[in-house]
Design a protein around this ligand. Structure first.
Ligand SMILES: [Ca+2]
Ligand SMILES: [Ca+2]
Length: 423
C-alpha cells in the first residue's frame, strides 16, 4: 500500500478514506513547503525574444520504499499513469513503468517532464499507481529563466498483518453499568492484543526513517493534526528511559536504534511481547495513523470487550487471578505488565491461567494496561477516556463498563493501547 510522499504533498484521493487524515496532516505539517526545498536548479534558459519570461520545469518522479519488507507485497515493476495539471499549461500525461532496484531498495521511474511556466505555478498531480488513485498539489515558485526538477517520493506503509485482528460484527451491545442496549451499525476489527513493545519499536524506526518523528531529549516527538480540544502542533509521543521498580519495559534511544530496556532480573527480549507503556495518547494516535488505522471510540471498545452479554468482565460476571492482570494478582510479573494474551489457559512458571477472551476474541480487555480510546471524557473535556483497568489497580477498575480518563499528553507505566480497523 502506498502511503506518503516526502518531497511533495502527494496523497491518495478520498477513495482511500482511511487515508484522509494523512492528507490533512501532510498539509498542516509543512510538507507542502518541502517541494520548494527540493527544487534543484539545473540550468538557465534565458528570456525569449519578446522579453517575456518563459520557464521550464523538469519533473522527475521517484517512488521510494522505506523497508525491503514491504517490498514483498509488490512486484518488481508496475505501471503508473501520471497527469500533471497547472494554470496556463496543457495537461501533461505520462505512462511510466516503476521498477525496483534491489541495490538500494528503491522503486524508481525517473521521467523528465518539461513544463513551461511563468513565475508561480500551482501543480496538481494525479496518478494511478498499482490500482490506487493519488492526488497531490504543489506550489512552485520559479525565478526567471530557471529549470527545475520536481521529485516525488513515496514511502510505503508497513503491513498491518503484523497485528492480529478480531472481527466485531454490526449489531447491538450492552453499554455502561446499567447494561443499556446500544447499536453499532457497522463491522470493524479490533486488535486481538494490545500493541507490544516490539511492535511500537518497529513503528518508531519506520516513522523516524520517514521523518515523521524525532528525538528531543527524553521524548519522542511528532506532529499532531489537532482536534476540537487540542490545537495542531508538536506533542510528546513517548517518554524514553529505563524502567524503575516495577516490572515493565521502557524504550530508549541509543543514537542509532531504539532499545527495549527490561527491569532488573530479566534478560533482553523478555518484554518484547508485553504491551508498550509510557506512550501518550498522541503516540498511540500516531502509530494508528502510520498504519492507516485509528483508535477505538469507547463505544467500539466496550462492544469489543463485552458484546451483547451484559457481563461485568469480558468472560462473565466474576474475576479471579487466573483471568486478568491486576495489582497483586499473583502472576509471575507482579507488579507489572504480563505478555499480551497471557490469560489463554496455559501454565507459566507454575501459574495456571484461564482462557479469557472477550466475546469477540480480544485479550487483555480487562487489566494488563489501560487502553487509550479516541473518546473525550465529555463534550467539554480535553481528557481522553481509557478503558479496561491495568496491572496497577484493583479489580474494581477492570469492569468492562468502567470509565476513566487521562490527559492525552500523560504517559505512564500502566497505559497502552490497541487500534481498530474500519471495514
Ligand atoms: Ca498483576
Ligand atoms: Ca487492557
Amino acid at each position: 500500500m502506498l502511503n506518503e510522499v516526502l518531497k511533495t504533498v502527494f496523497n491518495p484521493d478520498l477513495s482511500g478514506k482511511s487515508r484522509l487524515p494523512r492528507l490533512i496532516r501532510g498539509l498542516l505539517s509543512g510538507k507542502k513547503l518541502s517541494i520548494i526545498l527540493f527544487v534543484i536548479i539545473l540550468l538557465i534558459l534565458g528570456c525569449d525574444k519578446q522579453g517575456i519570461l518563459k520557464f521550464k520545469a523538469l519533473g522527475s518522479i521517484e517512488i521510494k520504499f522505506v523497508t525491503n519488507k514491504t517490498k514483498t507485497n509488490w512486484p518488481d515493476e508496475f505501471p503508473a499513469h501520471i497527469v500533471i495539471e497547472g494554470d496556463d499549461i496543457d495537461n501533461i500525461e505520462k505512462d511510466l513503468t516503476i521498477i525496483y532496484n534491489p541495490s538500494d531498495s528503491i522503486y524508481r521511474a525517473v521521467e523528465v517532464v518539461e513544463i513551461p511556466v511563468e513565475k508561480q505555478l500551482d501543480l496538481t498531480v494525479t496518478a494511478l499507481i498499482n490500482g490506487d488513485n493519488w492526488e497531490g498539489h504543489c506550489d512552485i515558485y520559479l525565478d526567471p529563466d530557471q529549470t527545475i526538477i520536481v521529485e516525488i517520493e513515496m514511502d510505503l506503509v508497513p503491513d498491518i498483518d503484523d497485528f492480529e485482528w478480531c472481527n466485531v460484527s454490526t449489531g447491538e451491545y450492552t453499554y455502561g453499568e446499567g447494561d443499556t442496549i446500544k447499536t453499532i451499525d457497522y463491522d470493524y476489527q479490533i486488535m486481538k492484543y494490545e500493541v507490544t513493545n516490539v511492535q511500537y519499536v518497529t513503528y518508531l524506526e519506520q516513522a523516524l526513517t520517514a521523518g515523521d518523528i524525532w528525538i528531543d531529549g527524553d521524548f519522542v516527538v511528532g506532529y499532531y493534526e489537532g482536534d476540537s480540544q487540542w490545537s495542531a502542533g508538536y506533542y510528546d509521543y513517548y517518554e524514553l528511559g529505563t524502567p524503575s521498580d516495577d516490572n515493565y519495559a521502557k524504550i530508549s534511544w541509543d543514537g542509532n536504534s531504539f532499545i527495549i530496556n527490561v527491569p532488573s532480573g530479566y534478560n533482553p527480549g523478555d518484554f518484547d511481547d508485553h504491551p508498550v507503556v509510557y506512550v501518550s495518547w498522541f503516540g498511540a494516535w500516531s502509530l494508528a495513523e502510520h498504519y492507516g488505522l485509528r483508535l477505538p471510540t469507547e463505544h467500539e471498545w466496550e462492544k469489543a470487550a463485552r458484546g451483547n452479554t451484559g457481563w461485568d468482565y469480558p468472560w462473565g460476571d466474576n474475576i479471579d487471578a487466573s483471568r486478568a492482570n491486576y495489582r497483586y494478582s499473583g502472576d509471575p510479573f507482579d507488579n507489572g505488565t504480563t505478555p499480551v494474551g497471557f490469560y489463554n489457559g496455559q501454565i507459566y512458571q507454575g501459574f495456571q491461567t484461564t482462557d479469557s477472551p472477550s466475546p469477540f476474541g480480544a485479550y487483555d480487555m480487562a487489566g494488563n494496561v489501560y487502553d487509550w480510546t479516541d473518546s473525550f471524557w465529555s463534550d467539554i473535556s480535553s481528557y481522553r477516556v481509557v478503558r479496561g483497568g491495568s496491572w496497577y489497580v484493583s479489580t474494581s477498575y477492570l469492569l468492562s463498563w468502567y470509565r476513566y480518563s487521562y490527559y492525552p499528553s500523560d504517559s505512564s507505566s500502566f497505559i497502552g493501547f490497541r487500534c481498530v480497523l474500519s471495514l
